[in-house]
Design a protein around this ligand. Structure first.
Ligand code: TYM
Length: 327
């Protein structure tokens, strides 16, 4: 079986974008592939984290993984910092990665623009991500569109290592969902939905209350055209249709046909219900799972053990090929 690998940062709670673009696709993949789903706490610290928040957020994401149907009997679910091989391989990969290429990453450019002092961790972030993926000989990486450039970099790094030291890494491919690979802000459809947005109305959190969810959808910006079309001239409506499609399984044509003459108000009202219904089972299961600390600990311990075994196998191979003396 081929390997699927993905990770989510425990930096606050997940948005509808994280859910539609990534998490909602994870469950099905378990049936066909050997999946690893990681909580990337070492990536999260590239932005200053309050230790108690990081602790809480990590267990929240773990609980959301389980609430969304990830099954520790089928997949390896673990916390990145529990497997030191990630940091070790990242160091090795740093020695064959060009600074210029890292500086050209759009996420690096965005993040460094916004901060006074640019920390090395932000620059090297994608190298750690490459290590995550390559350690497990992953073939597919299900992520949102915003991660495409990082996956391309991962491929470059893997190819560079393979051609220098002989075939070692599988070259991974990105797996993006057909709809919703980039969910946009509800307040500005030209920027992606993100939990770092200061305007809380711009995103829906998976764990928002049902009322908040409905309200945020009601408040979502639209346009003055007044007719529902799936078009780049109506980015706000297009984004809402994508969300509807992702939860209902209907196509965008079906949604447009049905709502075309009903108006924005009715459409938003129904969308609110579709999202609330779609998230309800996850929201309910989350509460149950999150309160069972013993179970969570069992899951991440076992996950770390299984992941370490696989990661260390790759790491030993890498060390040997590079000429490190085995102990
Ligand atoms: P992160 O934690 O920012 O986001 C988690 C996942 O959510 C997707 N996503 C979106 N999809 C659609 N619309 C949006 N508005 C939206 N916002 C976020 C992201 O693409 C991602 O799939 N670097 C990664 C974490 C990571 C990783 C990895 C992923 C670290 N190592 C190895 C895969 C494999 C990140 O910051 O995701």
């Amino acid at each position: 079986k081929k390997v699927v690998y993905s990770g989510i940062q425990p930096s606050g709670l997940l948005t509808l974008g994280n859910y539609i673009g990534a998490l909602s696709n994870f469950r099905e993949l378990q049936e066909e592939y050997n999946c690893l789903y990681c909580i990337v706490d070492m990536h999260a610290i590239t932005v200053a984290q309050e230790p108690k928040d990081l602790r809480k957020n990590t267990l929240d994401i773990l609980s959301l993984y389980l609430a969304a149907g990830l099954d520790p009997e089928k997949s390896i679910i673990y916390i990145q910092s529990h497997v030191p091989a990630h940091a070790e391989l990242a160091w090795i990969l740093n020695t064959i990665t060009s600074v210029g290429q890292l500086q050209r990453m759009t996420q690096f450019k965005d993040k460094s623009k916004r901060s006074k002092e640019v920390l090395a961790g932000i620059l090297n972030y994608p190298v750690l991500m490459a290590a995550d993926i390559l350690l497990y000989q992953s073939s597919f990486v299900p992520v949102g569109e915003d991660q495409r450039q990082h996956i391309e970099l991962t491929r470059d790094i893997a190819q560079r290592f393979n051609s220098r030291y002989s075939e070692t890494f599988v070259i991974p491919e990105i797996l993006v969902s057909k709809v919703g690979a980039k969910i946009m802000s509800l307040q500005d459809p030209t920027i992606k939905m993100s939990k770092s947005d200061p305007d809380k109305n711009s995103y829906i959190l998976i764990l928002d209350s049902e009322d908040e969810t409905r309200k945020k959808i009601k408040r979502a910006v639209t346009d003055s055209i007044g007719e529902i079309n799936y078009s780049d001239d109506q980015l706000a409506i297009k984004n809402l249709i994508d969300i509807y499609t992702a939860f209902s399984g209907k196509t965008s044509e079906e949604v447009v046909d049905y709502y075309k003459d009903l108006g924005y108000g009715v459409f938003k009202e129904d969308l609110g219900e579709v999202v609330v219904e779609g998230l309800r089972p996850i929201r309910e299961r989350f509460k149950e799972i999150r309160s069972d600390g013993e179970y969570l600990e069992k899951v991440y311990r076992e996950g770390a053990e299984k992941a370490s075994y696989l990661a260390n196998k790759t790491l030993r191979k890498v060390y040997r090929k590079m000429g490190f003396i085995a102990k």
